[in-house]
Design a protein around this ligand. Structure first.
Ligand code: 5GP
Length: 204
């Protein structure tokens, strides 16, 4: 029997390069799946419903929460974001690891619910670097940038509550993704996750 896949939570302030790092990680670890969250925020240019997010109304989001269809959720800068439960259960049930790219509040909900989840905080090299990345993106208003920078400070303060902290140096996407890949690989060999092997071994 194969053991269940793990949840791999990756958090990091807006502008930490999470999206790019996760994309690279999936290239070098194609067996790992990425959870698609539901959100009430409007799609950004180029984002497609069902690919980056499921873009839904507040009413529909609240219904999903009430029906117990959301594993964790939060309100972030005025919008709801949450992880659909069914899909996460299906993928980990198949023995595949699943990445949740979520913020700190959701991460702590997951760790409480599932202490075996692997939590990784991705941080930029500095706050000033983060600010220039956010401005460089050119998709956000000044107010949104200010909100997100304030939120970033609060998020980074919580780094110590994560299992791992990985720094995303400038031009270091590949190295950063490899670092996370190594963490996931090492976690797969934790003795607690290998009991299905050791049990089979002893039974024969
Ligand atoms: P953005 O609007 O930039 O796509 O996402 C804003 C923040 O929400 C990011 O930190 C992102 O990781 C987080 N986020 C995305 N999906 C979820 C989710 O399902 N749950 C939680 N808790 N946070 C999420």
């Amino acid at each position: 029997m194969k053991s269940k896949g793990s949840l791999v939570v990756i958090s990091g302030p807006s502008g930490s390069g999470k999206g790019t790092v996760v994309k690279k990680l999936r290239e070098i670890m194609p067996d790992v799946a990425l959870s698609v969250s539901a959100t009430t925020r409007a799609p950004r240019e180029g984002e497609i419903d069902g690919r980056e997010y499921y873009f839904i109304t507040r009413d529909d989001f609240e219904d999903m929460v009430a029906q117990g269809e959301i594993l964790e959720f939060t309100s972030y800068c005025g919008n709801y974001y949450g992880t659909p439960k069914k899909e996460a259960e299906r993928i980990t049930g198949e023995g595949r690891d699943l990445i949740l790219e979520i913020e700190v509040d959701g991460a702590s909900q997951i760790k409480r619910l599932m202490p075996d989840a692997i939590t990784i905080m991705l941080i930029p090299p500095s706050l000033s670097e983060l600010e220039s990345r956010l401005r460089g993106r050119g998709t956000e208003t000044e107010q949104v940038i200010t909100n997100r920078l304030a939120r970033a400070r609060d998020e980074i303060k919580l780094a110590e509550s994560y299992d791992y902290v990985v720094v995303n140096e400038n031009d270091g996407i590949e190295k950063c993704a490899e670092n996370i890949r190594d963490i996931i690989r090492a976690e797969r060999n934790k003795s607690a996750r290998m009991t299905y092997i050791t049990d089979t071994f002893l039974d024969n």
